[in-house]
Design a protein around this ligand. Structure first.
Ligand SMILES: NC(=O)c1ccc[n+]([C@@H]2O[C@H](COP(=O)([O-])OP(=O)(O)OC[C@H]3O[C@@H](n4cnc5c(N)ncnc54)[C@H](O)[C@@H]3O)[C@@H](O)[C@H]2O)c1
Length: 482
């Protein structure tokens, strides 16, 4: 089938490459002409295991092209995916301008029937907005007046098909999805659109049917509900981990104890330094705002977000309890900059907040990440300002060299490469032989045997600092009074 993907970012590139791999004729378009030039020159713009090879193979076979020409790109696909970003706006609502601009482009340039697929994560009701904008453009061109109605063979249908891939495992997730959510509403071209989408995804449904067809609003809502649920599990465990520390309980034992219940399961139950990335933080906020706008604020999600904000600085709480609030004259090593392993994505990564907080308190940071170093440097230069960045932050190319002249090591990303390090060597390099492990990578008992002073999250019964809770004090007082 002829496919166009509008937006060649993380989701767009993976979608385009995987659909080409399945034999489709794919054009990936991006408004960023430099990015397209870069890809056409043979460089993959993101780190994702296996992606480079697939790009090369499918370009070689002539079924994957990258273009910065909007008219050609829109005209190419019978199915057009919208896969542009939907970042948070200043109020935490999903910024829809990129999606709507693509909708306008489609209405402006389409010359044949199209199935338009919202793959970006978009608030409930966006498919209707996209449809209306296309109708408006077609009307402006004098071609049609009612959304979806046939005129000059320009039928179209907007469907919702949110993406559930995980960065770091994106290709496997796309090729072997747990589910494919397809939102279709009744309309003149809807039956054809649904049939085309099912044909497109048929190779992914061979083992068993994974496609769930529902209304467009339900499909849009499903994506936010899934991310909010996962974020809730993480904050729930982090909240319990902080309590576990005070009750002399090992949260890892609790995790296995509850995860073994099939109603609960083991996934997303790890305590740590909080969630980050390009999706959970913005999607939780966007869903909260959908609730507010609809007159039903989601109280649970407010707590999920508050807990996560506190948790991102939990390692700093632990560290200042030992070194004091002022950290001038101290250098800390940091392993891991990406928001999770197997990606170079540092958007909303807890590591960035850690570096900001440590440098604000006067410390220097020496950091290492297997792939995200450059992306982190760009973000930090911006966040810290050039002076602080140059004077207080150093990116190191090798994990053990990072520990040179440092008092302690902080871990912010659970890269496999950090799982079984040479603890003897670490001990020889770290002045205080101390590890603050934000991802609970090591066993406290083993650390004790190694002679390392180990601080995990919810892992050991130590005298810990009170977290700097900025929780609703009146709610706490109400509880105390009750
Ligand atoms: N990254 C993930 O893991 C993930 C997973 C599931 C869903 N999503 C959702 O998918 C969407 C895209 O996310 P992403 O991480 O791929 O974003 P991204 O920032 O990596 O990529 C977006 C791309 O869109 C391009 N773009 C912006 N405006 C454009 C326009 N008018 N026309 C064409 N291209 C345009 C940008 O130049 C950029 O290359 C978001 O809604 C996100 O929430 C992301």
């Amino acid at each position: 089938m002829r496919i166009t993907v509008m937006g060649t970012g993380y989701v767009g590139l993976v979608t385009g490459v995987c659909l080409a791999e399945l034999g489709n004729d794919v054009v990936c378009y991006d408004i960023d002409a430099e990015k397209i030039r870069h890809i056409n020159a043979g460089h993959c713009p993101i780190y994702e295991p296996g992606l480079d090879d697939m790009v090369v193979r499918n370009r070689g076979l002539g079924r994957l092209k990258f273009s910065a020409d909007v008219a050609d790109s829109v005209q190419h696909g019978d199915i057009i995916f919208i896969a542009v970003g939907t970042p948070s706006d200043a109020q935490g609502r999903a910024e829809l301008s990129y999606v709507l601009s693509v909708a306008r482009n489609i209405g402006q340039w389409m010359r044949s029937p199209k199935v338009i697929v919202d793959k970006s994560t978009v608030p409930v009701g966006t498919a209707e907005k996209v449809e209306a904008l296309i109708a408006q453009e077609l009307e402006r061109r004098g071609l049609t007046s009612t959304a979806g109605q046939q005129a000059h063979d320009l039928s179209y249908c907007v469907v919702s098909n949110p993406e559930f891939l995980k960065e770091g495992a994106a290709i496997a997730d796309f090729m072997r999805p747990d589910r494919i959510v397809l939102g279709v509403d009744p309309g003149p071209y809807a039956a054809q659109a649904q049939e085309m989408m099912q044909r497109l995804y048929a190779p992914l449904n061979r083992h068993h049917q994974r496609t769930y067809v529902m209304g467009r609003r339900a499909a849009e809502f499903t994506k936010y509900a899934a991310n909010a649920m996962l974020a809730t599990r993480i904050s729930f465990m982090n909240d319990l981990a902080n309590l576990a520390e005070r009750l002399d309980v090992d949260i890892e034992q609790v995790r296995t104890g509850i995860g073994s219940d099939p109603r609960i399961g083991f996934s997303f139950l790890y305590a740590g330094t909080g969630y980050g990335g390009s999706c959970f933080p913005k999607d939780v906020q966007a869903l909260q705002n959908m609730g507010i706008d609809a007159g039903y604020p989601l109280r649970l999600l407010s707590a999920v977000e508050d807990i996560n904000q506190l948790q991102k600085l939990r390692l700093v709480d632990k560290l200042t309890a030992l070194y004091g609030e002022e950290l001038k004259g101290l250098t800390f090593a940091l392993w891991g900059l990406s928001f999770k392993p197997n990606t170079d994505d540092v958007r909303e990564a807890p590591s960035l907040l850690l570096v900001q907080e440590l440098t604000r308190r006067g410390a220097r940071v020496r950091a290492y990440d297997p792939v995200a170093g450059q992306a982190a440097c760009e973000a930090l230069r911006n966040d810290l300002g050039s002076d602080v960045f140059n004077q207080q932050f150093t990116l190191v190319e090798e994990p053990y060299q990072t520990l040179q002249d440092c008092v302690a090591l902080l871990i912010a990303t659970e890269w496999q490469a950090f799982r079984t390090p040479d603890f003897e060597r670490m001990k020889g390099l770290l002045r205080d032989q101390r590890i603050f492990d934000g991802r609970n990578m090591y066993e406290p008992e083993l650390m004790k045997q190694q002679g390392l002073d180990y601080h995990g999250i919810g892992r050991i019964a130590r005298v810990l600092p009170e977290p700097k809770l900025q929780a609703d004090q009146t709610a706490v007082e109400r509880l105390v009074r009750a």
